[in-house]
Ligand binder design. Structure first.
Ligand code: SAM
Length: 279
């Protein structure tokens, strides 16, 4: 049974890390003209109302994207520009953000004519909202399991590949399922750039995923973890991304971006990063 709904969490600190990494990786890949096949294995519903009852109930965006937006004038890295442009496109005016784009909407902003996006979503309501949004976009929506669906689609028609794997981890076995899927996908398309999101939990469950990736034959896996400086006693205390085959220089540029928003006045994060698996 699927009970997770991203509307309660859209725009939180984890989304900021995830969508910043996604934007940077895609922008860097697009420095070359050859086409990219993009896959979003757990897409959600694409557009989130930050004033909705669900969003206001948790107010998670207040400590995430709203803080990012409030401190935007002090961010010196040019890499923030595409992130801010996307947020501006969905929001009129300079005040608080009212709309937050989910991962398929971030991908969509950067698609060039030869690029493609396939978005998987299993939850029936989320999937039909996603399909409603996608009808006006150049996005293929598949109402099916994203891990199995991804493997069926690889290798892609285009010369390059970018994949976001962002499950809700409602089921403990998902940590291992993600690692196994990554291994199989990598065997089918070794040059692909794979972004895998995971929660950093007090239970430490994320170690299962990281260890399984270390034990696999996948190489060149960079890991970025942000940790809340004032964490809750239980639950999610941080957010992690594994990036397989990051574009050259991606690690330094993302680290620089995250450091700019880490202060207590901004998102209040510490950042740990490095190669989980070297080349
Ligand atoms: N990627 C989205 C974003 O960044 O805006 C958020 C995705 S949310 C963390 C995870 C989503 O995966 C939920 O919408 C959930 O319904 C969906 N989901 C859960 N199990 C799935 C599966 N096996 N295949 C595809 N989608 C699934």
């Amino acid at each position: 049974m699927l009970s997770y709904l991203h509307a309660f969490h859209a725009g939180n600190f984890a989304d900021v890390q995830k969508h910043t990494a996604l934007t940077l990786a895609l922008s860097m890949m697009q420095a070359k003209p050859s086409a990219i096949a993009c896959f979003d294995t757990h897409a959600g519903s694409a557009i989130y109302d930050l004033e909705s009852e669900r969003a206001r109930k948790t107010a998670e965006a207040d400590a995430g994207v709203q803080k990012l937006w409030a401190c935007r004038s002090g961010l010196h890295s040019e890499d923030w520009q595409p992130v801010m442009e996307v947020l501006s496109r969905f929001n009129a005016g300079e005040g608080r953000l009212t709309v937050y784009p989910g991962s398929p909407a971030w991908f969509r902003q950067f698609l060039r004519p030869g690029d493609s996006l396939t978005a998987f979503e299993l939850h029936p309501t989320e999937s039909s909202q996603l399909a409603g949004w996608a009808a006006e976009q150049r996005v293929r929506v598949m109402h099916e399991d994203g891990l199995k669906g991804l493997l069926r689609q690889l290798p892609p028609a285009q010369p390059r590949l970018m994949v976001l794997i962002d499950p809700s981890y409602e089921i403990k076995s998902e940590y291992l399922d993600v690692a196994k899927t990554l291994q199989k996908a990598w065997q089918k398309c070794r040059h692909g750039v794979y972004l895998v999101w995971y929660p950093v939990l007090t239970s430490g469950l994320q170690a299962t995923l990281k260890q399984a990736v270390i034990d696999s034959s996948v190489r060149k896996v960079w890991c970025s973890e942000v940790h809340l400086k004032t964490p809750p006693e239980r639950g999610m205390t941080g957010s992690g991304m594994l990036v397989v085959n990051p574009p050259w220089g991606f690690d330094d540029r993302l680290t620089d971006m995250i450091e700019q928003i880490s202060g207590q006045q901004a998102l209040g994060l510490s950042h740990e990063h490095g190669w989980l698996v070297p080349e």
